[in-house]
Design a protein. Structure first.
Length: 261
């Protein structure tokens, strides 16, 4: 009976020892099998991490490259805009320069024309033309103006004031009665009387040239005239109104443009 009871106990111990030994062997086997796999997994993870880092770096560099490209593109666009603006400004300045050149050319032509006018004016300054002549008669041995003489002088003053740069020659005469020196003085008084009257009627004194000539220039004889009539014609002042030819042209043009009343 004891042998029979002890037998199972030994067998159990043996089985326990066997199982224990078998378990250790299995763990070792599993460990041996798993360890390479773990190392492989670690290597794969490491390579994946490196790859991810490389990809991240590449992406960063790519982004920087794109940013630089965008920046260069924006800079190029800005320079293109600046260039276009500069071209427009250059075109505007060129247009202004052309306009200034045209204005200068027109001014040169106008100045040349004015210079020609001035040259013609200077050339014609000494070319005077007789406008009118009037004889102012005086009484015997007198130098006072008569009413008829004043009426004639009024017309002469009006004609002279309406003529540009008019010049008046006033020559006094006497008849041949009396001494030569006395007649010369009397002729001067008569010329002075005419001059004073003209100046008092707005004729510039600088435009009047007066001279007494006595009886040195008698009037020409008229057919059928008596000696008394001839002496009456000698007692006179001759007034001649001259004007430069260019002044006459300007006066005529002004009269043509003046409305008639």
């Amino acid at each position: 009976m004891k042998l029979q009871k002890g037998l199972p106990v030994g067998i159990g111990l043996a089985m326990l020892i066997a199982l224990s030994t078998a378990g250790c062997a299995t763990k070792k086997f599993v460990h041996q099998r798993i360890e390479p796999v773990d190392r492989r997994i670690e290597e794969v993870d490491k390579k994946a991490s490196q790859t991810n880092q490389a990809l991240a770096k590449l992406d960063e560099e790519t982004q920087r490259g794109i940013s630089r490209a965008d920046e260069r593109a924006l800079t190029a666009d800005g320079k293109a805009v600046d260039a276009a603006r500069a071209a427009q400004q250059a075109d505007a300045k060129a247009g202004q320069a052309n306009q200034l050149a045209q204005n200068a050319q027109q001014l040169a032509v106008a100045n040349q024309s004015k210079l020609g006018d001035v040259e013609r004016m200077v050339e014609n300054l000494d070319k005077y033309k007789l406008v009118t002549t009037e004889d102012i008669l005086f009484g015997f041995n007198k130098s006072q103006l008569t009413g008829e003489a004043k009426a004639k002088l009024d017309q002469l003053a009006q004609s002279a004031s309406g003529t540009n740069r008019a010049i008046l020659e006033v020559e006094g005469f006497t008849d041949q009665t009396g001494a030569r020196e006395y007649n010369l003085t009397l002729s001067r008084r008569r010329a002075d009387a005419v001059t004073r009257y003209l100046v008092s009627h707005n004729v510039p004194l600088r435009s009047v040239h007066a001279l007494g000539l006595g009886s040195e220039q008698p009037v020409g004889e008229k057919s059928g005239a008596s000696r008394a009539e001839m002496r009456k014609q000698m007692r006179r002042v001759v007034v001649r109104v001259y004007a430069p030819e260019i002044g006459l042209a300007a006066t005529a043009a002004r009269m043509e443009t003046t409305p008639r009343q």
